[in-house]
Design a protein around this ligand. Structure first.
Ligand code: NAD
Ligand code: MG
Length: 380
C-alpha cells in the first residue's frame, strides 16, 4: 500500500486529496498537518489514523492532544512539526497542500528524505525553484505537479521528448473581472473578487485569480518545473477553463489536456502517476459545449500579471519579493484593510524597493520574505 503524508490537510487541496484516498482505499495516510483548524483535523485523524499529526500553532496542538487522548498518535507543532511530517519514515510521498512560503523548508526536508513530492504549494518553486529542482534531481525524487495547468502540461508531455518542446501555453480563465472595464476596478468589492467563474479554491488563490497574479506565479512555477525559458511560456486566456494548458512541439503540433474544472483530476494524477484511476464526477459534453474561446491577456488591466513577468525576468530574489508582497497585500484585502487596486500597487512598490540577490539561499529567501512583510506593514 502506498503511504503518503499531507501538509495542509484541512485546506481545499488537502481535503480533496483525502476524498480521493477515501474513495480508493489503497493509500495509507501516515501523517497529516494543519495550521489552526483542529476541529477538522481531529475528524481527519479519527478517520485516517495517521501516526503523526502536526498543528503549527502550539496552543492548538496541545488542545488537539487533549481532545485525542483516547487515540495513539504523536502530535507535534511549529516548523519542527511540519518537518517531522515531511520526513516521516515509511511515507513515499509528501503532498504539499499548505499555503505560503512556509512550505519551502519542509519540502526541502522531504526531498532529502527521498520522498516524491505532489506539489500544490506553488510558492516553493516560485521562490526557491533554483534550489528545489536540482535537489530533487540529486535525490532522485519526482516532483509531480498538482496545479491543474502544470498537471495538464505534464500529461501533455507523457511519452514525448522534452527537448522537442517549442513552448508551453498556460491557459487562464481570466477571473471574475476579465470583461470588467478598468475604470471600474476601483469599486471592486471583496465578495466580487471571491467569486471565481469556474474553480472552487482556497481564498488566497481565488483573489490571486481575480488579479491574475496566480497566472504569473504559475508561469514562474512552470519555468522551473519544466526547465523552459520564460520567452517560451505564453499565457492564453480561455474563459471556459476546458483546456487546462497545452504544449507546442517543434513540428508545430499542440497537445492539450482537457476536462471539467475539477482539482481532483490533477490531484489524483499526481498521487497515482503514471497510472490513471477511475474518478466520478461530471464529464465534458462536447455536444453541449457551445464554444471554446481564446484571448490575449490584458497586461495593462492586470498589472499583477505584468509585474510577475518582470519579477520572473529579473529572477534571483525578485520572485520572492513579488510573492511576499502579494501575500501580504492579499491578506490585507481579505481583511478589508486595502482596496483591490492596491494589491498590484503594493507589489510594484516592494519590487522597486528591492535590491536583487542573484541566487538566494533558503535562509536568504525567508529573510527577504520577512523584510518585505515588515516594509509593507510599516507603510500600509
Ligand atoms: P487553503 O487555504 O484552502 O488551505 C491551506 C492549508 O494550509 C490548510 O490546511 C491550512 O491549515 C494549512 N496551513 C496554513 N498555514 C499553515 C501553517 N503555518 N502550518 C501548517 N499548515 C498551515 O489553500 P489551498 O487553496 O488548498 O491551496 C494550497 C496550496 O495549493 C497553495 O499554495 C495554492 O496556491 C495551491 N493551489 C491550490 C489550488 C486549489 O484549487 N485550491 C489549485 C492549484 C494550486
Ligand atoms: Mg492553477
Amino acid at each position: 500500500m502506498k503511504k503518503i503524508a499531507i501538509l495542509g490537510s484541512t485546506g481545499s487541496i488537502g481535503t480533496q486529496t483525502l476524498e480521493i484516498v477515501r474513495e480508493h482505499k489503497d493509500i495509507e495516510i501516515v501523517a497529516l498537518s494543519a495550521g489552526t483548524n483542529i476541529k477538522l483535523l481531529e475528524k481527519q485523524i479519527r478517520e485516517f489514523r495517521p501516526k503523526v499529526a502536526a498543528v503549527y500553532d502550539e496552543k492548538a496542538a496541545k488542545e488537539l492532544a487533549h481532545n485525542l487522548r483516547d487515540i495513539d498518535l504523536e502530535i507535534v507543532s511549529g516548523m519542527d512539526g511540519l518537518i517531522q511530517v515531511a520526513e516521516i519514515k515509511d511515507s513515499q510521498m509528501l503532498v504539499t497542500a499548505i499555503v505560503g512560503m512556509i512550505g519551502i523548508v519542509p519540502t526541502v526536508h522531504a526531498i532529502r528524505a527521498g520522498k516524491d513530492i505532489a506539489l500544490a504549494n506553488k510558492e516553493t518553486l516560485v521562490t526557491a525553484g533554483h534550489i528545489i529542482m536540482p535537489l530533487a534531481e540529486e535525490y532522485g525524487v519526482n516532483i509531480l505537479p498538482v496545479d491543474s495547468e502544470h498537471s495538464a502540461i505534464y500529461q501533455s508531455m507523457n511519452g514525448e521528448n522534452r527537448s522537442q518542446i517549442e513552448k508551453l501555453l498556460i491557459t487562464a480563465s481570466g477571473g471574475p473581472f476579465r470583461t470588467l472595464d478598468k475604470s471600474k476596478f476601483d469599486n471592486i468589492e471583496l465578495e466580487d473578487a471571491l467569486k471565481h467563474p469556474n474553480w472552487s479554491m482556497g481564498q488566497k488563490i481565488t483573489i490571486d485569480s481575480a488579479t491574475m497574479v496566480n497566472k504569473g506565479l504559475e508561469v514562474m512555477e512552470a519555468k522551473w518545473l519544466f526547465d523552459i525559458d520564460l520567452e517560451n511560456i505564453q499565457v492564453v486566456v480561455h474563459p471556459q477553463s476546458v483546456i487546462h494548458s497545452m504544449v507546442q512541439y517543434i513540428d508545430g503540433a499542440v497537445i492539450a489536456q482537457l476536462g471539467t474544472p475539477d482539482m481532483k483530476i490533477p490531484i489524483q494524477y499526481a498521487l497515482y502517476f503514471p497510472d490513471r484511476k477511475p474518478l466520478g464526477g461530471e464529464r465534458l459534453d462536447f455536444a453541449s459545449l457551445a464554444q471554446m474561446t481564446f484571448e490575449k491577456p490584458d497586461f495593462d488591466k492586470f498589472k499583477g500579471l505584468s509585474l510577475a513577468f518582470d519579477a520572473a525576468k529579473c529572477g534571483g530574489s525578485m520572485p520572492t519579493v513579488f510573492n511576499a508582497a502579494n501575500e501580504r497585500a492579499v491578506a490585507k484585502f481579505l481583511s478589508r484593510k486595502i482596496e483591490f487596486n492596491k494589491i498590484p500597487e503594493i507589489i510594484e512598490f516592494a519590487m522597486q524597493s528591492h535590491k536583487v540577490m542573484a541566487a538566494p539561499s533558503i535562509d536568504n529567501i525567508l529573510n527577504i520574505e520577512q523584510a518585505t512583510y515588515e516594509m509593507i506593514e510599516s507603510r500600509w
